[in-house]
Write a protein that binds this ligand. Sequence first.
Ligand SMILES: [Zn+2]
Length: 148
Amino acid sequence: MDNNRILKNKEEQTMNHKDQELKKAGLKVTLPRIKILQILESTPEWHMTAEDIYQALRDAQEDVGIATVYRVLTQFEAAGLITRHSFDSGPAVYELDRGDGHDHMVCTETGKVVEFQDAEIQKIQAKIAKDNGYIVVGHSLVLYVKPI
Ligand SMILES: [Zn+2]
């Protein structure tokens, strides 16, 4: 098997995998949906604005309009594939829902989003909820920070 053939198979496998994810979420498989899912899965930054995604599509020579990007993101969010965050500064950012309940800090100078997870904080949140007669079913914690 030559390299091109192997590459092609790999690409096909990735596409099939995306197909499954979309179908599982109850969404019809369309090229823009596959491409946007792919971008969200491969970004090292995890959190992207609609504009970032649009730019990444353009860089990859994909002909997907900004209106389509917004529409697909809304559909993904409704299907539970992604989470949308509206931090105080800047436009909404989107990330794949990995179900790990992490928290965020946002740099007020650069807009950079950093994830963190702290068992101690989660324990305290659970205790506060319990003291008030509740259990935690979801939470959102954002620290606004600046470089030291
Ligand atoms: Zn995150």
